[in-house]
Ligand binder design. Structure first.
Ligand SMILES: [Zn+2]
Length: 62
């Protein structure tokens, strides 16, 4: 039988089921990564909105 356990959200190693990260370092690293990922998503969204705006403007200028 495998003991109940979780995996660290940052590095994936086995940790006790009452924990989410194996260490504070991993927690901070994960939060940083998530923030960077969210920033990338917002940037992508911004580009999509700009492209849509460009199309809408060119349609109206015709
Ligand atoms: Zn970890």
């Amino acid at each position: 039988m495998i003991e109940p356990h979780r995996h660290c959200l940052n590095c994936g190693i086995s940790i006790p089921p009452d924990k989410v990260f194996c260490s504070d370092k991993c927690r901070i690293e994960y939060l940083k990564k998530r923030k960077a990922m969210m920033r990338t998503q917002y940037m992508f969204l911004g580009i999509v909105v700009l492209i849509l705006l460009y199309y809408i403007i060119t349609i109206f200028l015709k």
